[in-house]
Design a protein around this ligand. Structure first.
Ligand code: BGC
Length: 383
């Protein structure tokens, strides 16, 4: 099935007011003037001596976002509370060593395939492809060395906009085709992080790229996320088995703890007796977005003590809402904060998990000549 990403993408840009046909975006790479945006600073080096750089974008309201060329990781993102106080709202580490030692994908670009592929196997045109089984016998987030652990080339695309590119070679982590990937991160003066994902291939493959930031809107991570009130604009979700692979069903949320159509505190039902919650140890599921529009309002989050809000818009059909159930206090993050159970939440816009093996899910196949193009916006506000 051919996915018409380009048309959807352009429509999206028109909706958000920034589609300028023919606009040439390439400018310089590194900035020497620290006052220009992005500013850059060294962020350590990998054990084999590859230097990592941190790029920081700052908008006119003082919101700033930092990104490194390792994993395309968003290391820091500040947003004002209702009194205007800017604090960091994403989990992560102060230095590269943390990200290299152990990270549950804090802030990273996830690919080629966000979420799980059953038994790390799928078939395309009669050919079986085997991927790393890095999660209970399943393949998770692109394998052992996914897009979260590779070096991205970063250049300035425009003021407050970074372009990250990466060539994923044929059979990297078992996936067919040389895949040219481009991700742009833009921080707008309307307090939005706009992300565009583009990919092309020279052999038929599967693609499902997403962003894995863990948000905690209390600011500088003061406590768990159980008081965050979440709305998911979805009438259905995707039930999973005990290793978090979709059963193939698509289930109505009515009358279940998965009904987030009205703002609901995460903690209200996350410990309910429910087999799906037991499998996920809480919320770790993909919701099917109800809107038929190309750009869908996917989720809203409100944190009562700070007043911070987060709204997510996307061209993708689904959103994985993961409430940090696997955080267990064993990781110490920025400013020495211990990341305990449910200290962060992820809102990963995507196609559905295990789509390559699920014939009734929208296709994630990409053929030579097609362009994979998806858009997601995270908008920060207060109430
Ligand atoms: C998945 C979780 C997984 C986490 C990794 C999420 O996207 O849905 O099951 O544990 O990523 O940190």
């Amino acid at each position: 099935m051919i996915r018409n990403y380009i048309a959807i993408g352009c429509l999206y840009l028109v909706v958000l007011g920034s589609c300028k046909p023919g606009q040439k975006e390439t400018e310089s790479t590194q900035q020497s003037d620290v006052m220009s945006t992005p500013s850059t600073k060294p962020f350590g080096a990998t054990t084999d001596g590859q230097a990592v750089t941190e790029y920081t974008l700052t908008n006119k309201n003082g919101i700033s976002m930092s990104v490194i060329n390792y994993g395309g990781i968003i290391t820091k993102l500040t947003a004002p509370d209702r009194n205007g106080k800017l604090e960091d709202i994403v989990l992560g580490y102060d230095s590269l060593a943390g990200y290299i030692k152990e990270t549950p994908y804090f802030g990273a670009i996830v690919g080629r395939y966000g979420n799980r592929i059953a038994n790390g196997k799928f078939t395309l045109d009669g050919q079986i492809y085997s991927l790393a089984q890095n999660n209970n016998g399943q393949s998770l987030h692109g394998g052992v060395k996914g897009f979260d652990k590779v070096f991205w080339n970063i250049e300035k695309a425009a003021d407050n906009k970074l372009r990250l590119t990466y060539l994923s070679k044929d059979l990297e982590e078992g996936y067919p085709g040389n895949l040219n990937v481009e991700v742009t991160y833009e921080l707008t003066d309307d307090n939005e992080l706009k992300i565009a994902y583009t990919a092309t291939t020279d052999k038929k493959t599967v693609v499902n790229i997403t962003q894995h930031s863990y948000f905690n809107l209390t600011g500088n991570v003061k406590r768990d996320i159980l008081d965050h009130e979440v709305t998911l604009y979805a009438d259905q979700f995707i039930p999973v088995n005990n290793v978090l692979i979709p059963t193939g069903q698509i289930k109505d949320v009515t009358g279940t703890p998965f009904d987030f159509r009205k703002p609901t505190a995460i903690g209200l039902r996350t410990n309910d007796k429910d087999q799906q919650l037991e499998f996920g140890r809480g919320y770790d599921h993909c919701w099917v977005l109800s809107s038929k529009d190309s750009v869908k309002h996917a989720a809203s989050v409100y944190e009562p003590s700070s007043g911070r809000t987060l709204d997510v818009y996307t061209t993708e059909p689904g959103i994985q809402f993961y409430a940090g159930n696997f955080l267990d206090g064993s990781l110490t993050g920025k400013q020495g904060v211990v990341y305990k159970h449910r200290f962060g939440l992820c809102l990963e816009t995507e196609h559905f998990p295990d789509s390559p093996n699920q014939k009734n899910f929208p296709s994630t196949e990409l053929k030579p000549g097609e362009v994979y193009k998806t858009y997601t916006t995270y908008k920060f506000g207060v109430r």
